[in-house]
Ligand binder design. Structure first.
Ligand code: GAL
Length: 344
């Protein structure tokens, strides 16, 4: 049984709501500002509930933060080289919000938009109309984001249609910390992936594939995130740690994150081809989060399932193109366990 509570977003715009949903296993709080996941509460091995995602008690921060904490990012997640692209022989210019590049949908991307919403079976569905040329992208795009709770799973499902050919690549940018505080360097991570996409000096995927075998990027066998993160590798220097697109192999689950101390395990399954794995390298201790926690570098890990970043420039048939009349659809399942209960 799911229970819901709807609250007005504290201190701010009265048009923003917070929806709290819970079942026997998990409790998830979602804001209609950016479909942001404010909290996910799960039990540890001693049945103690903690919030395992980064977020802010001071809700005003969500309006100004540029770290996309908990938010849905779009239209196009990741960096687009030189903030421009060509589609159907027409050049489109995007907002440059990351040096010369466009990042995560621009200055007022989906993370800064207020979504309408409806309650659906086992969860919530949020809607937004992104108007033609908003942030520079062509076409009126109708976007739906749903979050449902099914037993120990949070299912995130994204859909979009557009009245012109356009590009889209939506992801959720939740920062996970299964211990509920401190660093994630001691979390164990498994990623079912043999190849990553390399980044250029601006952090933009450049289309070069790197085989992870015998490099610090290899997570095919579970290892602590901190084990190799500071190793001498050109790509780790560019990212300031892990900040790369991992191309999934075809097996599942694709990613398993474990915190041995609390016993919490999260498995991530997705129909997407890969995920940007980001070890929160740009957090610098200045953002004051929940419970007076100042977020530091590597206090969390983001598992941003999506199509390849910068696909429009680096793929022959870019997977991010959405043709008029077609439907974009993507699903990612976050599944939460206690280690002893784990079913593999
Ligand atoms: C990630 C991106 C990082 C950084 C972060 C937001 O998705 O890969 O480079 O921009 O978002 O702070």
């Amino acid at each position: 049984m799911i229970q819901y509570k709807i609250k007005k977003f504290q201190y701010l715009d009265p048009n923003i709501d917070v929806i709290e949903m819970k079942n026997e296993d998990i409790e998830v709080h979602v804001s209609t500002l950016g479909c942001t996941i404010l909290s996910i509460f799960t039990k540890d091995k001693n049945e103690v509930k903690s919030d395992i995602v980064l977020g802010f008690d001071d809700r005003n921060i969500y309006l100004k933060q540029d770290k996309y904490i908990g938010a849905i990012v779009g239209r196009v997640a990741g960096r687009i080289k030189d903030a421009m692209f060509t589609l159907n022989e027409q050049e489109y210019h995007l907002e440059k919000n990351n040096g010369e590049n466009a990042l995560h949908g621009g200055l007022l991307g989906f993370d800064k938009q207020i979504f309408k919403y409806e309650m659906i079976d086992q969860g919530i569905c949020l809607h937004y109309l992104s108007k033609d040329l908003e942030a520079g992208y062509p076409g009126n795009m109708e976007v739906s984001i749903s979050y449902t709770l099914v037993e120990n799973k949070l299912i995130a499902h994204y859909e979009a249609t557009c009245d012109q050919d356009s590009i889209v690549n939506i992801t959720n940018h939740t920062y996970f910390n299964l211990a509920g505080c401190g660093t994630v360097l001691n979390h164990e991570l498994l990623i079912d992936s043999d190849e990553i996409l390399c980044s250029d000096e601006t952090g933009c995927a450049n289309g070069v594939r790197l085989k992870v075998k015998d490099t610090p990027f290899d997570f095919n066998t579970s290892k602590q995130i901190g084990r190799d993160i500071d190793k001498d590798h050109e790509q780790l220097k560019i990212g300031g740690g892990y900040d790369h697109y991992y191309i999934f192999n075809q097996t599942s689950p694709s990613v398993i994150l474990k915190d041995k101390k609390s016993g919490r395990v999260m498995k991530v399954n997705s129909d997407q081809k890969g995920a940007q794995i980001y070890s929160a390298n740009f957090l610098d201790g200045t953002l004051k989060g929940k419970n007076n926690w100042y977020f530091n570098k590597r206090d969390a890990i983001c598992i941003e399932t999506q199509s390849a970043p910068n696909a429009i420039h680096i793929e022959e048939n870019p997977s991010t193109i959405l043709r008029k009349g077609n439907k974009y659809s993507a699903t990612t399942i976050f599944e939460f366990y206690i280690e002893s209960e784990e079913v593999l």
